[in-house]
Each structure stands twice: as structure tokens, then as C-alpha cells.
Design a protein around this ligand. Structure first.
Ligand code: SAM
Length: 215
């Protein structure tokens, strides 16, 4: 094939991707629905983790051994195992999602031989609007590519504030490829408006984590 034809194909594919990303972003502004469960397999890949390394999320969120942590919108669990291992068996990760089919995927993953060492994950089927935990119960709540997908953000943040201990951490990570990706200034504004203190913002334009704390 001539070099010119190859260039044409590359340009057409790139153009199609850009048009798709613009279309899906505009659509998501008007139509709210949780990410469909079939995308679980595309979310949980090593390619993605190369771009969005779990270690960086762990470090930026201030995740430590023994913490009681809640992951809202765990999906197929692309990061859950890594966080659970960082927290260790003295702590616990509640992996919560609104879709049973997402939790099924993470359960299948935990059933695999290579994950048998993980004993500190509890799967929770619930909505971010009604977290099934008592007040001041958790050390950390984290969300990766989830927060903007939830229509009532303030209600979600208030519920997170309720279940976090005073001084507890809220960590929000966002990735540019997500159709709901917000600018980091938007995420910071939303957290502050709900009464959280901004501790630190790490990462870059494409891929960042904001760590807040409950006063
Ligand atoms: C784009 S996926 C991200 C999954 C995972 N955090 C990751 O990064 O691979 C968003 C997830 O949030 C969940 N979700 C959306 N709205 C929710 C809500 N109101 N309460 C709990 N989970 C929700 C969806 O079911 C979906 O699994």
C-alpha cells in the first residue's frame, strides 16, 4: 500500500475517534446513565493501568495499611485489588457499585487463583446516594472515573461526608479518556462547595487525583 493511502487511513481513524469523543461528551451532558456493564472488560486492562498506574492513585490518595476504605463505583475492579493489597488484611475495602453486573465481574476476578491472597474486599450493591454505613465510619472514600457520572454530585458528597471520620480522606481521580472527564478546577470547586478541604492535587491535565479531607 502506498504511504499516502496509509496516511489517509490513519487520518480517517483519528478523525472518527475525535468525532466519537466529542459526540459522546455532548450526549453525556444531557443523558445520564451509569457506564454499561459490558465496558467492564475494557476498563480492567493492563494497558489502562500503564496510563493510569494504581501506585500513583494509592500514593496521591494517601492510602495506608489498616485503613477502612470505600470505593464508590468500583466497576469491574480495575484498581480494587491493588488498593486492597496496599491496605492489607488489617484493613478493609468496601467495593460498592450500583450495577450487579459490575459486581459480578469483580467477584469472578477475586475467585481467580492469583487473587486468593486477597481477603479484605467486601462487595456492596448500593447507590452513592445511600451509603450503607454508619456516620464517621470510614478512613477513606475514593472514586476513579466515577464522580461526574453521578447526576446529583452534592448529594453524593454530603453522603460521603456523613460516612467519613473527621479528618478522613476523599480522593477523586479522573482520566481524560472518560467521556465524563472534568477539568481539575471543576472537581476542586465541587469538593470545596460541599465543605471538604483540598489537601493536594497530583498528576497532570490528562490524569489527576485530588485529595480532600473532611474537616
Ligand atoms: C466508568 S465506570 C468506572 C469503574 C471503575 N471505577 C474504573 O475506573 O474502572 C463508573 C462506575 O460507576 C458506577 N456508578 C454510576 N453511578 C453510580 C451510583 N450512583 N452509585 C454507585 N455506583 C455508580 C457504574 O455502575 C460504573 O461501574
Amino acid at each position: 500500500m502506498e504511504a499516502l493511502s496509509i496516511l489517509k487511513i490513519i487520518l480517517i481513524v483519528l478523525g472518527a475517534i475525535i468525532v466519537w469523543l466529542i459526540f459522546i461528551r455532548i450526549l453525556r451532558k444531557f443523558v445520564h446513565f451509569p457506564a454499561p456493564s459490558f465496558i467492564g472488560r475494557f476498563l480492567d486492562t493492563n494497558h489502562r493501568r500503564r496510563l493510569q498506574p494504581p501506585d500513583r492513585i494509592i500514593q496521591a490518595s494517601g492510602i495506608k495499611k489498616g485503613m477502612k476504605a470505600l470505593e464508590i463505583g468500583c466497576g469491574s475492579g480495575a484498581f480494587t485489588n491493588f488498593i486492597a493489597r496496599a491496605i492489607g488484611n488489617e484493613g478493609k475495602v468496601y467495593a460498592l457499585d450500583i450495577q450487579p453486573k459490575m459486581l459480578e465481574q469483580i467477584k469472578n476476578k477475586l475467585d481467580k487463583v492469583e487473587n486468593k491472597d486477597i481477603k479484605n474486599i467486601e462487595l456492596v450493591l448500593a447507590s452513592a446516594y445511600e451509603l450503607p454505613f454508619s456516620d464517621n465510619f470510614l478512613d477513606l472514600v475514593y472514586m476513579v472515573s466515577v464522580f461526574q457520572e453521578i447526576p446529583d454530585k452534592n448529594k453524593t458528597l454530603m453522603e460521603i461526608k456523613r460516612v467519613l471520620k473527621p479528618g478522613g480522606i476523599l480522593s477523586i481521580s479522573e482520566f481524560f479518556i472518560d467521556p465524563d472527564y472534568p477539568l481539575r478546577s471543576t472537581t476542586i470547586k465541587q469538593g470545596k462547595q460541599a465543605g471538604f478541604n483540598k489537601e493536594i492535587a497530583l498528576g497532570n491535565f490528562w490524569n489527576y487525583t485530588i485529595k480532600f479531607s473532611k474537616p
